[in-house]
Each structure stands twice: as C-alpha cells, then as structure tokens.
Ligand binder design. Structure first.
Ligand SMILES: Cc1ncc(COP(=O)(O)O)c(C=O)c1O
Ligand SMILES: NCC(=O)CCC(=O)O
Length: 427
C-alpha cells in the first residue's frame, strides 16, 4: 500500500474527480487527505472498507453523525422499513412527531422545533430568528467557531475554512460582514464590551468547540454568556450540531447545566442522513412561518428517511451503552497517545471530553482559535498519514475532532493503540 493508504483504484477515481469537481471533491476537508482521498466501497461498525481493498478503523465517522458506528443494524432496519413506505410525501408524516417529541424530551431548553436539512441551514435560520425576535441586526460569533457554510457563519470560521486559509470567505457582501462581531472564545470581557457597544440580536457559540480541533469552554464561560445575553436582551444560541446527543442525551446544555434560548442541531439527530434543526423557546420558534413572519421552508424539511434514521439512533442511545463504550474508547486511545508523546519528550496539548479529543503539537495550551493556529499542523498531519498507512483513519485536518462511537469496542481500541505505538515511535 503506498503513501496515505491509497492505491490505484482510488487514484483512478481521483483523476476522474479532478475533472468533475472543484479540487476533486464536494466538501473541502475531504481533499485534505493526501496525495488524494481514498474512496470507500462499504462500511460497517467501526470500519471503512476502501475500493483498494483496505480496512480502516474510522475515527472520523462522517465528521460526527455516526455515533453508533456505521450501519447499526437497528438504524439500517428502520431506514429500510421507511424506504419501503416511501421517502418523500410533501405532507407531514408521523415519524417527524416522534423524533420531535424525543428531542424535546431530552433537550432541556427545547419546547418547539423546526427540522431543516443541514447544520448550515439550522444556524442560518437561528440567526434570522434572533434578528426577527429582537428587531436587531448584528450577531456575535467566536473566532474559529464553525456554524456551516453560509454568509454569516463564514466570518473567522474554523474547520475547513481555516484548513484552506479562507477563515473569512470571498463573496460575502460587506453589508453582511459588518453585521458579524467577533470575539475570541473564552473571552467574556470582549463579549461584555461588544454587547454594551452594539445592538446584538444573538450570540452564537459552540458550547464545546469542535472546529478548531477540540477546545473546551473554561469554567464559567457558558454561564457568563448566559448572564450577559440576558442582561443585554440578546438571545443565546448554542450550536450543538456536534455536541447534541454526543455529550449525553441532553447535549452540552445538559452537561454544563446552561439553557440557551435557541439550539441548533444536526449530525447525530439524523443518524447519518442529512438533517438540521432549530429548537428552543416556543415563543421564538412560533415566529416561523406559517405561524409567524420569519420565513423558512424546505422541500426536504423533516423528510421521512432522515426522521426514521434519527429516531432509531436516539432509541438506541436510550437503551444501549453507547456513551460508555465511546467514552472509554476515547479515554484509552488518548491516554495511550499522551503517554507515548510524553515518553518521547514531545511538547503537546491534548484536549478531551467524553467521546471527542484532539492533539496539538508544540503548544502547552489551546483555549482559543489563535492558540490552536499556533500548533504544529505538519506534525499532526504526519501522524494522520502514518496512522492511515497503519489502518487507522483520524481526521486529516488539525482543525477537526477525533470521534469515537459505540462500535469502538476494546478490540478495535487495542488495534488502534498498537498502530499508535508504532506511529509515535517513528514520528
Ligand atoms: C458546530 C457546527 N455547526 C454547523 C455545522 C454545519 O453543519 P452541516 O455540515 O450539516 O451544514 C457544523 C458542521 O460540521 C458544525 O460542526
Ligand atoms: N467540522 C466540520 C464538518 O464536520 C464539516 C464536514 C464537511 O463539511 O465535509
């Protein structure tokens, strides 16, 4: 197997892809795998099987949604059952009620919900709702937080926007750019100053930052945001597209005991099919058309397949020990990595929470985007590439997160650790 774990079949597909797609891909992070991405034939449990005949342990998991692993049998069964009943009706279906009830039951701040098709749509809508509710124009977001690929989110954005050096995208009207105020993550004094100076409709935040690698909120950061937004009559929006149902059934808001006004969801609540949602206080969600004057619509909103996959996923989360297994996998993998790096005398920071972690080389702490950008990306990438050659897929970008799932059992983790030992010894 040659560099990056790829081989001739992937290489041939890549040559075709370069003729068809900008940069060969349909979402940029996929092109961060070098010299070209591997193409997947099928997946199961903790594993991806490439067209080149290689089996990889997957710690990317579709960039977060596949918290049960690939093709969990119950989710697969429920998707197939729904396919056999039809997958688009243009009118409501019972399964959307069931999924909404489950989400609202678990998510402390949710009273009503609107389903859309992606995290991008969810945050775009939440920001419009905040403006509609408050009658104010500006929003505050944090440097390196990623809220999807719309004009308001792509100002100082993390994730692939940082990886490909376009933290602020070209093509965003200045009039929109000027409605987005930026503070550094974990900097409450900047938030207070901005709220005092500007009329801010809403503060949007990743309660745990998963798009600059992993960065944790410092003690009292989220509490401070809640208090400040309340006293300046701005809405607090938690972007839980990653953390929703990953940090626990009640998301980051349950984990930290802070209730936002609005929550955006995606990824896990669709069980691996496209989804997004805005949930929150009823009086705010009721501003949406047709009951209110903040417009949203979608041909595929609450489509029965995503609803069925999401519902099945949450049912499994309620009854199986997914949280324990995934957390244990992250703990074992990351602790072993720390030991190996310490032993080699390599400077690093490792941030971890529940089933998510990321390692940063050459830095002693990472508490915001500026610090994350100072990390030695090249060494991280080298580790990614060597792990891939050894059969373990961690994100190619420093600015993503290493996720575990309920399928990452001790045998999978032991294999991961063996590969990690070899990789770090030779790093
Ligand atoms: C916190 C956060 N918000 C929003 C999004 C956008 O979601 P999507 O890619 O489904 O549009 C992402 C995607 O990674 C995310 O991590
Ligand atoms: N953390 C950012 C993502 O997960 C996005 C994945 C993609 O856009 O391909």
């Amino acid at each position: 197997m040659d560099q990056g774990g790829c081989s001739v079949l992937s290489e041939n597909l890549w040559k075709e892809a370069l003729k068809l797609f900008a940069g060969g891909v349909n979402s940029p992070v996929r092109a961060a795998v070098k010299p070209y991405p591997f193409y997947v034939d099928r997946s199961e449990g903790a594993f991806l099987y490439t067209v080149d005949g290689k089996r990889l342990i997957d710690y990317v998991l579709g960039y977060g949604p596949l918290f049960l692993g690939h093709r969990h049998p119950y989710v697969e069964k429920k998707i197939i059952e729904q396919v056999q009943k039809g997958w688009l009706y243009g009118t409501p279906s019972p399964v959307e009620i069931k999924l909404a009830e489950k989400i609202i039951r678990h998510l402390p701040s949710a009273q009503k919900i609107r389903f859309v098709n992606s995290g991008t749509e969810a945050t775009m809508l939440a920001l419009r709702l905040a403006r509609g509710y408050t009658g104010r124009e500006k929003i505050l977001k944090f440097n390196g937080n990623y809220h999807g690929a719309h004009d308001y989110g792509l100002v100082e954005a993390g994730s692939a926007a940082t990886e490909f050096n376009v933290s602020t995208s070209n093509g965003i009207p200045l009039s929109i750019r000027n409605t987005v105020e930026i503070c550094e993550y974990n900097d409450l004094s900047c938030v207070e100053k901005t709220l005092k100076k500007e009329d801010i409709a809403g503060v949007i935040v990743e309660p745990v930052m998963g798009n600059m690698g992993l960065i944790l909120p410092e003690k009292d950061f989220l509490k401070g945001l809640r208090e400040l937004t309340k006293s300046y009559n701005s809405l607090l929006i938690f972007d839980e597209v990653i953390t929703g149902f990953r940090l626990g059934l009640s998301g980051a808001q349950g984990y930290f005991g802070i209730n936002p006004d609005l929550t955006t969801l995606g990824k896990i609540i669709g069980g691996g099919l496209p989804i997004g949602a805005v949930a929150g206080r009823a009086e705010i969600i009721d501003l949406l058309t047709p009951s209110g004057k903040v417009f949203n619509a979608g041909t595929f909103n609450a489509n029965p397949l995503s609803m069925a996959a999401g519902l099945a996923t949450i049912e499994v989360l309620e009854r199986e020990k997914v949280y324990d297994t995934a957390k244990e996998a992250t703990k074992a993998f990351s602790e072993e990595l720390s030991i190996l790096l310490e032993r080699k005398g390599i400077t690093f920071t490792l941030n971890r929470i529940e089933s998510m972690f990321q390692v940063f080389f050459g830095v002693k702490k990472v508490t915001n985007a500026t610090e994350a950008k100072q990390a030695d990306k090249n060494t991280y990438f080298k580790m990614h590439q060597r792990m891939l050659e050894g059969g373990v897929f961690i994100p190619p970008s420093q600015f993503e997160v290493i996720f575990s799932s309920g399928a990452h059992n001790s045998s999978v983790v032991n294999t991961t650790i063996e590969v990690t030992r070899k990789v770090i010894n030779e790093l």
